[in-house]
Design a protein around this ligand. Sequence first.
Ligand code: 6GU
Length: 249
Amino acid sequence: MRVDIISIFPEYFTPLEVSLIGKARSRGILDIRLHQLRDWTHDVHRTVDDTPYGGGPGMVMKPEPWAEAIDAVIASAETEGALPRLVVPTPSGRPFTQKVALEYAREPWLLFAPARYEGIDARVVEEYRERLRVDEVSIGDYVLAGGEAAVLVIVEAVARLLPGVLGNVCSVADDSFAPGAMENLLEGPVYTKPPVWRGHEVPPILLSGHHAAIARWRRDQALRRTVERRPDLAARLDPATLDRRDREV
Ligand code: 6GU
């Protein structure tokens, strides 16, 4: 997968050099290219923002540098006619969920346009909707100082779903929110050795070797935790995916 990121803070993305994603990049699974938005300005101050029409606080990102930068990325396509999916992080976007992460993981090319200040002049999205698939996405109901941290979140969620990135292929299907058995369910607690630590015991069922009973216990824990911590998710559990024993929890 190719990922292009246009930002006034390309140095914000150094975490993408380490761990799982760093390894995926060195193995050629992930091709991340960073671009400095200011490289597409033409004034001495390399200006990317201006005051908002209609008044109000803060500054708005000018459309011209964004369009020149996005055009340059599109023109760098290595496959004739290939186009990226444009992802614009904004707190007013549609929610970024595990379902969206799985959808992005099937794309060959993503282009991220994280904004600072009060956001990008809305005509940029309007313009590129005519040429590209464009998603305005939010990573949660809080406001960040800019879209860069949201891009880190999205790239990490997507990269771990790419074939060959995770050591254990099974762990993706068992994730909280994974479509299928874990849809709308939080994962329960996990334990490792020693069996007793500072007086706290590992639940004995996990040491029993009884695989069906362990699976049942884990599912009960997931259901309890979801009802307690995320009643909104529990309300969306599909009755078709619940068995008789689930209902007893
Ligand atoms: Cl995607 N951007 C910003 N600036 N704030 C956010 C966000 C995105 N998602 C939640 N808050």
